[in-house]
Design a protein. Structure first.
Length: 132
């Protein structure tokens, strides 16, 4: 991938529509636009779950409640859902966000509520792993 540039929302939509009608695959799009295949798959997921809004750059970071973070991590750790499935189920923008929550959870760090004075929402000594 020799160079990267930011694609416009219209270019992303055009690329995704080509994919959805079966004209190209994700590898072809990744190569054409000099981006990673994971990025293309992320665009497709966002487009399917949020429509055009999912591809439009946001001026603010999306915030998730502690309950969504907790449920998403629990769903993933039970083995019932893949990383992608959990992101779709809870409308999480990036896999990396969920991976960060899982890492935080497995390292026994607390999820914190925004603007709560960093009040802990996990109980100390709670079991951190689920078995299916």
């Amino acid at each position: 991938m020799p160079h990267k540039w930011r694609l416009t929302t219209e270019e992303k939509i055009k690329a995704i529509e080509e994919y959805l009608c079966g004209a190209v695959n994700t590898w072809d799009l990744a190569e054409r636009y000099s981006i990673g295949q994971t990025t293309v798959c992320s665009w497709i997921r966002l487009y399917k779950t949020r429509g055009i809004e999912g591809l439009t750059p946001s001026k603010r970071n999306r915030r998730y409640s502690v309950e969504i973070e907790r449920h998403a991590v629990q769903d993933y750790l039970t083995g019932s859902f893949s990383l992608n499935d959990v992101c779709v189920k809870y409308d999480i923008s990036r896999h990396g966000m969920l991976q960060m929550w899982i890492k935080q959870y497995n390292s026994h760090k607390d999820f914190r509520q925004p603007n709560s004075g960093m009040q802990s929402t996990w109980q100390k000594g709670a079991v951190r792993h689920w078995k299916s």
